[in-house]
Ligand binder design. Structure first.
Ligand code: ADP
Ligand code: MG
Length: 289
């Protein structure tokens, strides 16, 4: 009877929009007590829009956006789409990029019209000059993400992008708590932006400003404390943490790399399906026992 009940469980999963790698996944799903959630693209829609361009003293905001847009046009990151779209709207066609490179969880680099340009976190681009710190602080306080744009050894401006929390995320977090699961927000974004999103969906535990490898470390730390950890993510930057977790759940709307690293795929990208999966696993395995 055991294999039949497991197959019924996975079949019901498909109806709920949950793709299960194999029947054995149900056991780790049942034992989960902690749910680690990536922010961008998982708790939020990841469909960002550019809301501000602030140039450093002596720089031209239009040129900062044009060069950043040229680079971001080659990137798959949610921030990149917002920047490239806005740049194309304002500058028309964007210049070609040579030697494009994406640094997961940090940003992108490449050569635009003979100049090496970098877009992303200060750890990659450098610290913004004093006249830009107020703009970065204001963006952080509003829960937005500020990324730096630099070339020739200096930060030339910051781009402010805004994301929106998915309408289903707060309900999903409530369901996790009802199931006795502790939600934790894990992101490469700034602590302030992370806290703003956490407050909006009702999460108390936040780990921010982490690199992809540090996402793995965060999952490991929770496991070392004796927790059975589910990780939900969508990005290339989440793949290693998804593989490390006792249960990896990928957003079906996310990257192939994340899906391949996961045990479960939430087809519609709706976090509530993660709670459905836990309920289903508990029910299915209770029937078997
Ligand atoms: P999250 O963990 O929320 O999904 P990521 O790890 O993908 O976020 O990115 C962390 C941070 O790295 C972003 O908030 C941004 O500052 C920077 N970053 C990553 N990729 C890019 C990019 N293509 N363009 C600009 N900034 C980027
Ligand atoms: Mg993400």
């Amino acid at each position: 009877a055991t294999p039949t009940a497991l197959m019924v469980g996975t079949g019901r999963g498909a109806q709920l929009g949950i793709l299960v790698r194999g029947p054995e996944v149900l056991e780790s799903t049942r034992r989960v007590d902690t749910v680690v959630l990536d922010k961008t693209g998982t708790v939020t829609t990841g469909r960002m829009s550019l809301v501000d361009v602030v140039a450093a003293d002596g720089e031209d905001a239009a040129e900062v956006l044009r060069r950043a847009g040229a680079l971001e046009d080659a990137s798959e990151h949610p921030i990149a789409a917002a920047v490239a779209t806005a740049a194309r709207e304002r500058a028309g066609t964007l210049p070609a990029v040579a030697g494009f490179r994406a640094e997961a969880g940090l940003g992108v680099r490449g050569t635009v019209e003979g100049t090496a340009v970098v877009v992303g976190r200060p750890a990659l681009v450098g610290a913004p000059p004093a006249e830009l710190t107020a703009a970065v602080a204001a963006a952080d306080a509003a829960g937005r993400t500020a990324v730096a744009v630099g070339w020739d050894g200096a930060v030339r401006g910051v781009l402010v992008v805004a994301d929106t929390v998915k309408p289903t995320s707060a309900a999903a977090v409530r369901q996790f708590r009802d199931l006795g699961l502790r939600p934790v927000l894990l992101t490469g974004d700034s602590a302030a932006a992370a806290r703003a999103v956490a407050a909006e969906v009702g999460i108390d535990d936040v780990v921010a400003e982490v690199l992809p490898q540090e996402k793995v470390d965060a999952v490991r730390r929770l496991q070392a404390e004796g927790h059975t950890v589910a990780m939900v993510g969508d990005g290339v930057n989440d793949a290693a943490a998804l593989a490390q977790a006792d249960l990896g759940l990928a957003m079906g709307t996310g990257t192939d790399v994340a899906i391949q690293a996961s045990d479960l795929t939430l087809v519609r990208g709706d976090l509530r399906a993660a709670a459905d999966a836990v309920r289903l696993a508990r029910r299915t395995l209770a029937v078997i026992k």
